[in-house]
Write a protein that binds this ligand. Structure first.
Ligand SMILES: [Zn+2]
Length: 312
């Protein structure tokens, strides 16, 4: 796969009908916009359209609107941004509570992430602060409306874009808080690794696969913590149940066994992310923890899954 989408998560799209959201609609508090305007820095060009887009991609495309973002649009975006920042930080702290690495990453987001929202004309509205990376909250309609044509950015998914140093996340509420938080933590791990020089941008081979292993191990641990240990236990049971069979040790029909520990998925995007994580987790569960090369085996599994994804 092209390097633009290297950080794209392993998404498995074979979802059955999705269950409706189980989350209560959160009523945001009132904000005094005038006072908060001071927090907003500038609007800047973002996600430039000059980057190549392969012809073969059947991506809905739009011409970039020529009008400037209206004052109203800016106001609304600002209000949402100021609601979303504490909400996302709170959500991340909840999901990572009790996990040292996860807690460190939640603090990294709070301390170093510059929260932005996408406006028309590829512009973003940003909050002030001393920051090392951007957090872009953008729904699929936002992404299309802003004229983004990059395939990897059009999916309503969580992505860390190394070129832009941007953690791009869907609108809050489009995933359950649990899974949105867990998946955001995966991408935050990539952001952290890049910014702290733990991993080079556009890494390849073992370095890239090890980065993915780090992120997936973290996700699996957070989910397991939520399920009080029952999640990884069940991934082992799923693995066992397919012993001796051809193909993957996780089949689509196993999904309810693993979903049982979590709130129902909000929609197909979350469903696809879950399938990718379950597949990885069940493969990992097949590794003998006593073997000497667990890390290498995990890298191999990730390499195999990403190769398969790239071939699609
Ligand atoms: Zn990743």
């Amino acid at each position: 796969m092209g390097k633009q989408s290297r950080r794209k998560r392993l998404i498995v799209k074979h979802n059955p009908a999705q269950t409706p959201a189980d989350l209560p609609v959160r009523r945001p508090g009132k904000f005094i916009l005038v006072a908060l305007t001071a927090l907003v820095l500038v609007t800047i060009l973002f996600l430039t359209s000059s980057k190549p887009v392969r012809k073969s991609e059947s991506v809905p495309q739009r011409s970039v609107p020529t009008a400037e973002s209206s004052a109203d649009e800016t106001k609304v975006a600002m209000k949402k941004l100021l609601e979303d920042r504490p909400r996302l930080i709170h959500l991340l702290k909840n999901v990572t509570a009790g996990d040292q690495e996860g807690t460190m990453l939640a603090a990294f987001l709070e301390d170093e992430g510059r929260f932005t929202r996408l406006l028309a004309n590829h512009q973003t509205i940003e909050m002030a602060g001393n920051t090392t990376f951007k957090v872009v909250i953008a729904s699929r309609p936002d992404r299309i409306r802003a004229g983004i044509t990059r395939r990897s950015l059009l999916d309503n998914q969580f992505i860390f874009d190394a070129d832009e140093r941007a953690l791009i996340i869907p609108e809050l509420g489009e995933f359950t808080d649990l899974w949105g938080g867990v998946v955001a933590t995966h991408e935050l791990r990539h952001a952290y690794d890049l910014i702290r020089n733990i991993e080079r941008p556009h890494s390849t081979g073992d370095e890239f696969h090890q980065g993915e292993v780090r992120a997936y191990e973290l996700e699996i641990r957070l989910l397991d913590r939520y399920a009080k240990g029952a999640f990884t236990k069940e991934t082992r049971a799923v693995q066992e149940s397919h012993r001796g069979e051809d193909g993957d040790p996780y089949k689509h029909e196993d999904r309810p066994r693993l979903d049982a520990f979590f709130p129902p998925a909000v929609g197909v995007d979350e469903g696809a992310v879950r399938s990718g994580l379950y597949l990885t987790a069940v493969y990992f569960a097949g590794i003998d923890p006593k073997s000497k090369d667990v890390a290498r085996q995990k890298r191999r599994i990730v390499a195999m899954l990403y190769e398969r994804l790239a071939a699609k």
